[in-house]
Design a protein around this ligand. Structure first.
Ligand code: SF4
Length: 336
């Protein structure tokens, strides 16, 4: 269970009921609190990049989110729903590492009602189509849910909408507070999974595979549309046995969920991500040797190192065959 070491409040966050509640909860937990005068967070400790990074992850900032336009979130959703930024996890390959800077402290927003009202405006513009909002584009919102209640508010709100859908993904397992909400099938609850070996080596301070699967079992009982994101997929000794064990374990635990989806992403890295990873995790054993990968060119000259074609094909065949056999009703959205 996440507990920050320190918390900073933007002073206007205390004008909101939610801000006051978070303040009282943190105070009761004995956490050091500072109400900022200028709203600038400057005093996070840390002598080295690794220390600064992990101290930032122990820092909670409570703020009011400007309800200017939402960022788009293609291809999986129309818009990002900004509820939280960053997360307490220390995944070595965190997809936010290149965007959140060297001190990715966790920011939670207290003006949820205003944010959801803004979301409603987007829905009202195109009433004839479903507008999809992604709640985990810049964060894993679940570990701070015990302070914010933001996911619960969003799920309940979308449960009442005619043409709005909500989705998010998590590597955590504290799902209890979300099990009895009237989601009305409008929220897709996704879990990011990997083998126990990969999680314990690279996804520090997150839930184990077993804990996530147990959480998925509870969520599947609550009737949410569900999905699993298996990423990043690595080729390593025994990878097939271990990923198969993960899939079998999942198949035995979760209840029959309509519209179950899988998203699969093979490991890849950019030069920038590699430099960041090695700065924060200098002893990382992640496979980041350019000479073992194929350089792939994307749009605008952007390049990444991916598995060679034969390796990628092996990953694709393995997952397609096994998911089809174990989850015949599930849909594989993509394998990249
Ligand atoms: Fe990043 Fe997600 Fe890991 Fe948090 S749980 S560190 S957001 S990859």
């Amino acid at each position: 269970m996440y507990k920050p070491s320190r918390a900073f409040f933007h002073k206007e966050s205390l004008d909101y009921e939610k801000g006051k509640k978070i303040y009282n909860k943190l105070r009761d937990e004995g956490i050091e609190i500072d109400v900022l005068k200028s709203n600038r967070v400057t005093n996070i400790p840390g002598a080295t990049p690794s220390e600064a990074y992990s101290e930032a992850k122990r820092t909670l900032v409570v703020a009011v989110r400007k309800t200017t336009n939402f960022q788009t979130c293609k291809p999986s959703a129309h818009y990002q729903l900004p509820l939280v930024t960053s997360c307490p996890g220390l995944c070595q390959y965190c997809y936010l590492q290149t965007t959140l800077g060297k001190k990715p402290y966790i920011r939670v927003y207290v003006n949820t009602e205003e944010i959801l009202t803004k979301a409603k405006k987007y829905m009202d513009v195109k009433k004839e189509e479903d507008i999809i909002f992604e709640g985990a584009a810049t964060s894993d919102p679940l570990p701070v849910e015990k302070y914010t209640n933001n996911l619960a508010d969003a799920i309940e709100f979308f449960g009442k909408q005619q043409n709005g859908k909500f989705r998010f993904v998590t590597k955590f397992a504290e799902v209890e507070s979300l099990l009895n909400i009237n989601h009305n099938g409008n929220t897709e609850f996704r879990f990011s999974l990997n083998t126990e070996k990969i999680i314990s080596q690279y996804e520090h301070k997150t839930a184990s595979a077993q804990q996530r699967i147990e959480a998925a079992k509870k969520v599947s009982k609550s009737g949410y549309p569900m999905g699993f994101l298996i990423a990043p997929i690595f080729i390593y000794p025994n990878w097939k046995d271990e990923y198969l064990e993960l899939l079998k374990n999942l198949e035995q635990k979760i209840y029959d969920v309509p519209n179950l989806t899988f998203e699969l992403i093979a490991h890849r890295f950019t030069q920038r991500a590699k430099d960041n990873i090695l700065e924060v995790f200098p002893k990382s054993t992640l496979p980041l040797k350019e000479q073992e990968r194929k350089l792939k060119y994307g749009q605008f000259g952007y390049t990444k190192y991916v598995y060679h074609k034969e390796q990628y094909n092996e990953i694709e065949t393995f997952f397609r065959d096994n998911i089809t056999a174990l989850f015949p009703k599930a849909k594989i959205l993509y394998i990249v």
